[in-house]
Ligand binder design. Sequence first.
Ligand code: NAD
Length: 359
Amino acid sequence: MSSVVGIDRYLATLDHETLLVRRGTRSRCFTIVAVHSTARGPALGGCRMWHYGDARAAVRDALRLSQAMTFKSAVAGLPLGGGKGVIMAPDPAASARGRGRRADALRDFGDTVAALGGSYITAEDVGTSARDMQLISSVTSHVTGLSRRHGGSGDPSPWTALGVETAIGVCCERVFGTPSLRGRTIAISGLGNVGGRVATACAKAGATLLVNDIDPRKRALADTLSARWVEPAEALTAAVDVFAPCALGGLLDHDSVARLGAPIVAGAANNQLADDDVAAVLAQRGVLWAPDFVVNAGGIINISVELEPGGYDPRRAGRLVRGIGDTLRRIFDDAAVRDATPLDAAIVLARERLAEAGG
Ligand code: NAD
């Protein structure tokens, strides 16, 4: 297996264009925007509102996540760069401690976005919603992810789920010779906004499902889909055709990969690999892993359509999101030719696209 620098090691470098940290005049909260690259276009990335015990952790998150956005957009072929916003909530109860305070923090964040003059465009992320984007839009126009009612592209989750479903089909095509999910067995971990939709689509396509979630209320969906509810450990180790992680990241490490029951891993969860060496371990075990930042790009692809001159068009968004399938095929082909992992091949593709744009 050839050795190409993996995503984590690449992300360890500081090569950003802009890091802006401002204390909000209304809320006194720190708001942070990191612009990693605008080589391919304005830096798009969500705004995370989170409690960080340490300001350095908040800055680190903005730096790390903005780099990841550069990769995600470049590998998806979007005319966008990578950026990320962070609002440092003062304590875990801050958002519950009165709407006014939260609204002030969001407006302060809007000022920080406005100060960058369009080199960064924000969107929703962990801790923020389409409604929050609406509020930020009262301060700056550099906002995406507004509701359909307000001219935006709405909830990104259905599009992310469509990308995951497409990716699962491409992986099945590689491993079993057909993209059809009829008769396949698929284990899905996490039945949230994305995982629930992936489960519904897979069941509709004729797959048998094993599902799990830490939230027992998700059992109702499992019952509706005639899916078997399993323990988290069983979702990972069951002898199924596909394992789709759709909850949290870091699930795949040396230990869990040794116990994996599926020959394919393709899911929505961000940062699935505990470290990038795990990509080689998966390949050595003969497991086809579809890189997470390729598979889960449907949401950002959909948002990119909002920024096109003709405005948002859901049919075009659907076509572009299904293009994740072609991107994955290319990555798997490149990986086979170079005797590299899909992670390495995806990173090489992203770098090529950045270099073409002079980045
Ligand atoms: P969500 O919060 O709606 O759903 C996550 C689900 O996972 C919840 O039902 C939660 O109870 C469950 N869960 C949490 N920990 C679990 C565990 N240990 N085992 C089993 N279930 C667990 O989130 P989402 O929007 O569906 O996103 C899912 C993943 O996809 C996240 O990693 C997210 O970062 C990533 N992602 C989402 C989008 C999007 O458009 N929503 C886009 C890109 C990436």
